[in-house]
Design a protein around this ligand. Structure first.
Ligand code: SAH
Ligand code: SF4
Length: 395
């Protein structure tokens, strides 16, 4: 493998055909849906219209049973039920935090589990979804990074997390009822388990479905993808998904970032900044979020704050900086910076003319906060060497 090749090849995704021989329709693009309908007997001439109808039942009304698709002939509904399924991840447990944050543990094919977090706020409701079971990367402050990568999620499993949350929030509209514009689930962040840009196609297809105006219909500006810095996929994210971008920046020198975010050994700070500077969608109204976890004595000095600003200014990146108080987890090798330190750091950034919100920690009592996600059944810790060897990070 060349030293700069993306690290996707060792990751499997399960086939779409389910054991009982039925095809799951969730997660298929419109074209794929049309193709499977034709493959299973829908006349070509009708296929486009049937695709639209079935799409709306699944994504606009949240229907899971072909019998309820009342604008289709009974015999056709039976034919669909024989060949297809509408299947999303199954909720195993649901925990509700004191602050209203909900954490779901969802089971997906193969018996694996992923965590999904819903964060209600006054003016929005954000769903934090996962893209992989575990992660190939080994960021030293992240709980997910201690869990070995099991597999990529399918597009069905990714958009299925959104559908699952809409089920739980009882947010599917009822046909004929007046349209309610205030959404409980108004935003999606790809900030759960995994590195979304190492599962690019599935993430893209799932987010396209979430944005489709004849379905879940979330605006692309309400979807934020967070990456640790998979440089070659950044431009594609703007072009093929079009969502907002957040970068797990976390350090201002390569020396420190190599330790905190080891993918930095492959694409360093300068290469990352160059990719961000040319992010096609970035503008003052669509700024790139720099995520910066505050670790006591590691990356939280005044010099770090000045260097961070200098990096962003040098590359003229429209940016806001999101300071994240470190969320501790059992065995974590770091401590959270003091509130005074975080405020002083934020102030330097603010004085330099950048927004520097401090992320409110949510759902900590149920281990639902950033970087605390790790499914209880997958506690195996791979050795750092093993992970780095697989990821091609050791030169
Ligand atoms: N893999 C992607 C998305 C998931 S992590 C990424 O790394 O960007 C989502 C965010 O939570 C990232 O900014 C990550 O760096 C941050 N994070 C991870 N562990 C954390 C912890 N223990 N405390 C606070 N933030 C953490
Ligand atoms: Fe993976 Fe993101 Fe955690 Fe790093 S911070 S180990 S990329 S999930």
């Amino acid at each position: 493998m060349s030293p700069k090749a993306p690290i996707t090849q060792d990751v499997m995704t399960i086939p779409r055909k389910l054991p009982e021989g039925k095809v799951n329709l969730v997660g298929l693009t419109r074209d794929q849906l049309r193709d499977v309908l034709i493959e299973h007997g829908t006349p070509e001439k009708q296929a486009k219209m049937r695709t639209g109808q079935i799409w709306q039942w699944i994504y606009q009304w949240g229907v899971r049973d072909f019998g309820e698709m009342t604008n289709l002939a009974k015999a056709y509904r039976a034919q669909l039920a024989e060949n297809f399924l509408i299947e999303i991840p199954e909720v195993v447990t649901r925990q509700v935090s004191e602050d209203g944050t909900r954490k779901y543990l969802c089971r997906i094919a193969g018996g694996h589990e992923v965590e999904v977090v819903y964060i209600p706020e006054e003016d929005r409701g954000t769903l934090c979804i996962s893209s992989q079971v575990g992660c190939t990367l080994t960021c030293s402050f992240c709980h997910t990074g201690t869990q070995k990568l099991v597999r990529n999620l399918t597009a069905a499993e990714i958009v299925g997390q959104v559908m699952m949350a809409r089920d739980d929030l009882e947010e599917w509209p009822t046909p004929g009822a007046p349209k309610d514009e205030t959404r409980l689930l108004s935003n999606i962040v790809l900030m759960g388990m995994g590195e979304p840009l190492y599962n690019f196609e599935n993430v893209r297809d799932a987010m396209k479905i979430a944005m489709d105006p004849e379905g879940i219909s979330l605006s692309r500006r309400r979807i934020t993808l967070s990456t640790s810095g998979v440089v070659p996929e950044i431009e594609r994210t703007a072009k093929e998904i079009g969502c907002l971008l957040a970068i797990s920046f976390h350090a201002t020198t390569d020396e420190t970032r190599d330790v905190l975010v080891p993918i930095n050994k492959r694409w360093n700070i300068e290469e990352l900044l160059q990719a961000l500077a040319s992010y096609p969608n970035a503008s003052n109204s669509e700024r790139i979020t720099f995520e910066y976890v505050m670790l006591d004595g590691v990356n939280d000095s005044d010099e770090d704050a000045h260097r961070l600003i200098e990096h962003i200014k040098r590359h003229k990146i429209p940016a806001k900086i999101n300071l994240i108080p470190f969320n501790e987890w059992p065995g974590a090798p770091y401590k959270r910076s003091s509130n005074n330190r975080i405020r002083a750091f934020a102030n330097i950034i603010y004085q330099a003319g950048y927004a520097s919100p401090i992320r409110k920690t949510r759902g900590e009592d149920i281990m639902a906060a950033c970087g605390q996600l790790k499914s209880a059944t997958e506690r195996a810790r791979k050795s750092r060497k093993q992970i780095e060897a697989e990821a091609g990070l050791n030169r």
